[in-house]
Ligand binder design. Structure first.
Ligand code: SAM
Length: 232
């Protein structure tokens, strides 16, 4: 194994572990999404658009067990894409995966519309509400009519006690995994308070404003929730 691959294996392992501490139901989340896609997409070949494909978790969760699916992933982070590329090679998915460093703006203009899309753990990193709306609208434009879209994001209102209560639940995941309470408080200060959170209702309004319909929250764990919706 080359030094670069070894480095990426370590990065991937850390990312894998930490995501599952932060979201203890992470594996179930991906299994639920897979079930929904499978029923919606049926047996035929399908193209999936992955927003924030860095890290490769969507690819490793859905790639091997759905040989009829092809994946186009976008992510601006070179480091996160390196992890994804490492997984693609490890799992032998090269012929069904295309990874693009960038955003939806960088997708090839000639690409046919996609059968389904996901945007998992990305929206809360986009600071501006208009930018969030632009992203959701650009995803909708890339999908076929009736296509399913899955959005998973942290949500809430930084000023409300409801979020503070969920934050305590989230902190308990890390403390129970062996982290010092002071270390977890520092993670909240340096990372969580910087997330750009919207209340659930506003996220649903943004999805509707972007042109999505049948908006249903299907998932919630700690700081995060997931919505299923469809293009018209
Ligand atoms: C926490 S990771 C989640 C990765 C993956 N979806 C998962 O669940 O493991 C968030 C990813 O979103 C990417 N990202 C941030 N802004 C983005 C944008 N506008 N379009 C696509 N990806 C973006 C980041 O670079 C990062 O790799």
């Amino acid at each position: 194994m080359t030094e670069d691959l070894t480095f990426n294996s370590k990065m991937a392992a850390v990312y894998e572990k930490n995501t599952r501490i932060s979201i203890p139901t992470y594996n179930s989340l991906f299994a639920m999404i897979q079930s929904y896609y499978r029923v919606q997409l049926g047996e035929k070949a399908a193209s999936l658009l992955l927003i924030g494909a860095g890290g490769g978790n969507e690819l490793s969760a859905w790639g091997p067990s759905n040989p009829g699916w092809t994946f186009t992933g976008v992510d601006p982070s070179e480091e996160m894409l390196k992890i994804a590329k490492h997984k693609v090679v490890e799992l032998g998915l090269e012929s069904r995966v295309s990874l693009i460093q960038g955003t939806t703006d960088d997708l090839p203009k000639t690409h046919l519309k996609f059968d389904a899309a996901s945007c998992i753990l990305v929206l809360h990193f986009i600071d501006d509400v208009q930018e969030k709306l632009k992203l959701l609208g650009s995803i909708k434009d890339k999908l076929k009519s009736g296509a399913p879209f899955i959005l998973v994001s942290a949500y809430g209102n930084h000023d409300e006690s409801e979020l503070q209560a969920r934050l305590n639940v989230w902190k308990s995941f890390w403390i129970d995994a062996g982290r010092e309470s002071s270390e977890v408080d520092e993670m909240v200060r340096s990372a969580i308070t910087r997330l750009s959170l919207l209340p659930e209702k506003q996220i649903e309004e943004l999805l509707a404003e972007s042109g999505f319909m049948k908006i249903t929250r299907f998932y919630s764990t700690g700081l995060f929730a997931g919505w299923i919706c469809h293009t018209e």
